[in-house]
Design a binder for this molecule. Sequence first.
Ligand code: ZN
Length: 75
Amino acid sequence: MAELRLCPICRRPLEEGESARRFRPFCSKRCADVDLSRWLGGRYAIPAVEAEDEREAEGESSEPTERKPVSSAKH
Ligand SMILES: [Zn+2]
């Protein structure tokens, strides 16, 4: 039976190939770096592959209502 493995970071099927297998269980070096950064607590230094904290498309109800209007400029 074929076991389809997904990248724990971007949830994409792992590609077959020598170059891709080097980064197992991740699909690429980028995802490997992301996971490593998360462990180190410095994920903010890496461009977000997927925004976890800022999902505007989903969860609108949990959005904080502290958005300041930009109508009037300060000073
Ligand atoms: Zn990936």
